[in-house]
Design a binder for this molecule. Structure first.
Ligand SMILES: CC(C)(COP(=O)(O)OP(=O)(O)OC[C@H]1O[C@@H](n2cnc3c(N)ncnc32)[C@H](O)[C@@H]1OP(=O)(O)O)[C@@H](O)C(=O)NCCC(=O)NCCS
Length: 178
């Protein structure tokens, strides 16, 4: 049961080309494969199928508690799982969560992240939230471009062991109608 002041995020989102759904345990091998394809120097993810299953279980528990969800993304036509997108507490708060996304390299550059993230921002608005954040390494030009396309604006920088992080923000209602 969610303890947040906001409505739980809708758990099934649809766009022209994509279906976003909660992770299920049988997606564990795909999640492992996704993390295995992370670029060198990026924060390592799960390293075994057991860890992937535990990661999925932890995500579902977090969703039950705070109403925020990271959803798997499948292409409607191909039916394949291509990554995830959703809202997380991350470096921010339940009230002003972060948007997060990651796709398999084989599908980069087709507008999928932007398409999925636009649906997630509309879902954030539907929960009653007024602000969403994104935190991105300054080196991550593709992610910064996705956020720019969605109307995020740079707010401030922070320094972490892994390097400089840009904090960007957007009021979800701003562009959802466009
Ligand atoms: C970030 C990520 C999700 C983007 O996915 P995607 O589906 O390729 O994104 P889109 O196609 O919607 O948009 C990518 C944009 O970045 C642009 N881009 C790609 N590489 C770029 C680069 N090196 N420099 C500048 N822009 C770049 C693309 O041209 C496109 O912009 P355009 O539509 O104006 O041409 C994907 O690169 C990814 O999974 N990266 C690894 C995980 C990650 O970094 N997640 C974000 C953590 S903050």
């Amino acid at each position: 049961m969610s303890t947040s002041a906001y409505e739980p995020m809708p758990s099934a989102l649809e766009t022209e080309r994509l279906l976003l759904r909660p992770w299920v345990e049988s997606d564990a091998e795909q999640l492992l494969a996704l993390h295995a394809e992370r670029a060198e120097g990026v924060r390592p993810g799960v390293a075994t199928v057991a860890e992937a299953r535990a990661n999925i279980a932890a995500q579902l528990l977090a969703t039950a508690k705070n109403g925020l969800a990271l959803l798997s993304i499948r292409r409607r036509d191909e039916g394949d799982l291509i990554g995830y997108c959703g809202l997380v507490v991350g470096r921010s708060t339940v009230d002003e969560p972060e948007i997060a996304y990651e796709l398999f390299p084989r599908v980069h550059g087709h507008g999928y992240a932007t398409e999925a993230a636009a649906a997630v921002l509309a879902a954030a608005t539907a929960t009653g939230r007024k602000r969403v954040w994104a935190t991105v390494g300054t080196w991550n030009a593709p992610s910064l471009r996705v956020l720019e396309k969605l109307g995020f604006e740079r707010d401030h920088l922070s320094m972490e062991d892994s390097g400089e992080v840009v904090w960007l923000t957007r009021e979800p209602g701003d562009r959802d109608a466009s």
